[in-house]
Design a protein around this ligand. Sequence first.
Ligand code: C5P
Length: 222
Amino acid sequence: AKPIQIAIDGPAAAGKSTIAKIVAEKLGYIYIDTGAMYRAITLKAINQGIDLSSNEEAGALLLETAIDLQPSTNGQLVFLDRKNVTEEIRTQVVTQAVSQMSAHGLVRERMVELQQQLAEGRGVVMDGRDIGTHVLPNAPLKIFMSASVEERAARRFKENKTRGIETPLHELQAEIAKRDKMDSERDVAPLKKAEDAIFLDTTTLTIQEAASEILKLAEERL
Ligand code: C5P
């Protein structure tokens, strides 16, 4: 069968990347975590003391930056100017700044271009906020994945624990809610369900159940 593009969008910590990885592996497709790309440029901006509120400065920074994604056994490695930043982009400092950085039109323009190049002509599962609406508007399968904010915070709490991070649950919930609000209310390519996306509420689904549901929908389109 001819490979297809699968777009998965949704709010923070809805399980997108975990499920997208499983789906990509099962289909033999590449997986692209676009949030990791926004996190990488945010990390660089913080390290260089760039004004995060400036569209021009943020856009100029991205023009002189190399962001590379490399598949690995458990997902994807992220390189910023050839340096492996896979772990560093998940810190609270980056998480709290990324929505401001990704709201800039110049940043998004360049990122969307990069993401479209990565996906061109291949079987791909791409997750983010604007994949179905802007990056891959012709994808034959678009999923909008969500879960209650309580459930999402609880999942992130568990995941953090296995990585030795101990942010209290109520703080995680507040951070997630704030990021969702900023991502949904920004002017450029806000988080939004594409009209032709299928809504998948994962609040009461296991990871395997959600992945199976998407695989079933994918097979109908192959
Ligand atoms: O997916 P993740 O939570 O790692 O994304 C981090 C942030 O990157 C989001 O909160 C959002 O501000 C931004 N993002 C975006 N568009 C995408 C993917 C992520 O604006 N396609």
